[in-house]
Design a protein around this ligand. Sequence first.
Ligand code: ADP
Length: 272
Amino acid sequence: MTDPARTNGRVHTDGQGHASPPRQPAVITVTDLAKDYSRGSNVVHALRNVSLRVQPGEFVAVMGPSGSGKSTFMNLVGCLDRPTSGSYLLDGVDVPSLSRSQLADLRNRKLGFIFQGFNLLPRMDALGNVMLPMVYAGVSGQVRQRRARVALDAVGLGDRIHHRPNEMSGGQQQRVAIARALVNAPSLILADEPTGNLDSRTSVEIMAILQRLNQAGATIVVVTHEPDIATYCSRTVVFKDGAVLSDQPNRRIVRAVETLARLPPDTADGPA
Ligand code: ADP
């Protein structure tokens, strides 16, 4: 994370020699965020004046029934769409005021995406897929290779860097996608149903990896409709009818590695 706005570990003084804790901007600050869609002559209020903050190092589960606004929220937070009204600061940057190319640049520098369907390029091996975001970020070839290998090692795939997606299990493909999301050291990782296509054990393995990244400082927002998956997160935000129904810290965060230790051992993917 090379963002100069980040002040990890540094102590600031208040001008009179008194130490004060370093101030970090929230990663997400949305205020009165609204998104309307027109459908024929009707207007659908997909998001209605949503206000919330996500601080650095949080691991947030976004839940709610189908049609409650989760995807709309994630699309706005992911800089893939613009709000109808309201404000959104990503790491202190005023997102709605940016041009299309500035948005693309911000997305590439500050966000990592993980999708339910993995979204890997089938003709590229794991290394090629993980290197891709760095191509767009203008990182030199040698550095790309080195960083992609480190990211694949971090998700336990150091020995499969030349496998293509169709030569890997679903869990392994999702690990490649996590490595790809990590590789530009983003301020925020957005995961949309990351375990939706995976069996129970593999889902917990993926959550163990995300928990480990979160403990190392990553800020993560994950959409899920599985209550079990939300128990691995530190906070749960529930949407209903385009508004926040509840927003609670999780009192008891379940450690995915402990769940794994209780599950019968498995086969394809190995330990997280
Ligand atoms: P969720 O992800 O919780 O299922 P969505 O954010 O996809 O909810 O949808 C919220 C509401 O907005 C729903 O009523 C949905 O039909 C509507 N909606 C979402 N996208 C569009 C769109 N592109 N055009 C029209 N209506 C949409």
